[in-house]
Design a binder for this molecule. Structure first.
Ligand SMILES: NC(=O)c1ccc[n+]([C@@H]2O[C@H](COP(=O)([O-])OP(=O)(O)OC[C@H]3O[C@@H](n4cnc5c(N)ncnc54)[C@H](OP(=O)(O)O)[C@@H]3O)[C@@H](O)[C@H]2O)c1
Length: 334
């Protein structure tokens, strides 16, 4: 069936989390491919309003050509109605806990995805594509366990699945650029070479996810994916910035990741001793664990034979390089 017009491969695709970084890029990529795109966001605008009828000032450009589905994923009847009304053949989940705190991770990375899967199956969808993360290979954090629990549920479901596990996004490696452009130091943990990743741009990742919609070889697969390579460390990121700024800056500051463990242990102990503030303190301890994880673990495929992260085993996709992204950010900040 040709669901979307001129493209014979076009499908009706429901994108959950269309307001997120990757969700927005995925909507754009799918619209460009000629699919009929249903962009789900939380229910603060009238459900299913054609994008052309919304106030242009409130509609992100990225959603042009898509239809907005304003619907909370926890609102099971509303979600079922949306699926029933639009009958998507493919559902893509780009939702993610915005904090990574244990309660939020369980509510979003597990429970909201689970509700979405149930609604997708009941609504007759044939394929569910999940945006996950490469870091679930070595799970130590609450949000990673929540993601893995859902991955398992999805693999065991009767619907076709594709799980996409990307390495680091450009935005996760860009948090220091504005400060550095104003003369600040570039901070690294250890010597700056404790970790490596193959950064992937939003556009390249979205293109990869869009390919999963039509590429039958990607069905039933769990796909780690990086950008075009090579694998780089935080020290390499500093070198890239130095080459762009071309004036000897930014200075580098080295910090021991042990500080994160020590402060986290203080929060953990305080959480055990203070019943009233337990949840708040435990949440802070989890954020420090998350920071320590990213300071010490590479975002590359784990070699099952050596137990080490391997750049060679990490597939590459796309054409965008972090250096060009940094150049744009530095120019914008100057
Ligand atoms: N950052 C990285 O380097 C990296 C690397 C690999 C993998 N990943 C994975 O990529 C995924 C998404 O990343 P992203 O940067 O696109 O995320 P994001 O920008 O934080 O977007 C999260 C999306 O989830 C939605 N959401 C959050 N809480 C929700 C809730 N309670 N109910 C309904 N929707 C909710 C958000 O809606 P609102 O806009 O309404 O909040 C938003 O659409 C995550 O699974 C992450 O682990 C990230």
């Amino acid at each position: 069936m040709n669901e979307g017009g001129d493209n014979p491969e076009s499908k009706t695709v429901f994108v959950a989390g269309a307001s997120g970084t990757i969700g927005r890029a995925v909507v754009r990529a799918l619209v460009a491919d000629g699919h009929t795109v249903l962009a789900q966001r939380r229910a603060s605008t009238p459900a299913s309003t054609p994008i052309t009828k919304l106030d242009a000032g409130t509609v992100p450009d990225e959603w042009t050509g898509a239809q907005i589905i304003a619907c909370d994923l926890a609102d099971t009847p509303a979600l079922a109605r949306a699926m029933d009304a639009h009958r998507p053949t493919v559902v893509i989940s780009c939702i993610a806990s915005r904090t990574g705190a244990p309660k939020d991770a369980m509510a979003v990375d597990y429970a909201a995805n689970s509700a979405l899967l149930e609604a997708a199956q009941a609504g007759g969808a044939q394929h569910f594509i999940l945006l996950s993360a490469i870091c679930v290979q070595r799970p130590k954090l609450a949000f990673q366990h929540a993601k893995l629990a859902f991955e398992k549920e999805l693999i065991e479901a009767r619907i076709d699945h594709t799980i996409v596990r990307p390495t680091a996004f450009f935005k996760s490696l860009s948090g220091q650029v504005a400060r550095v452009a104003k003369g600040g130091k570039f901070m690294v943990f250890g010597d700056g070479n404790l970790t490596r990743c193959k950064p992937i741009s939003d556009t390249d990742l979205a293109r990869f996810i869009a390919l999963c919609v039509t590429d039958l070889a990607k069905r039933g697969m769990t796909l780690p994916i990086g950008g075009p390579g090579p694998a780089i460390s935080p020290h390499d990121q500093w070198e890239i910035l130095r080459a762009i700024m071309d004036d000897g800056r930014p200075p580098i500051q080295r910090i021991s990741p042990r500080w994160l463990t020590r402060i986290g242990a203080i929060f953990d102990t305080a959480a055990r001793l203070s019943p009233l503030a337990r949840e708040w303190l435990a949440e802070k301890a989890e954020y420090l664990k998350i920071a320590h994880y990213y300071a010490t673990q590479s975002m590359l495929v784990l070699d099952p034979e050596t137990g080490e992260y391997s750049a060679e085993l990490t597939p590459e996709f796309g054409k965008d390089h972090l250096s060009d992204h940094y150049t744009d950010l530095i120019e914008a900040a100057r």
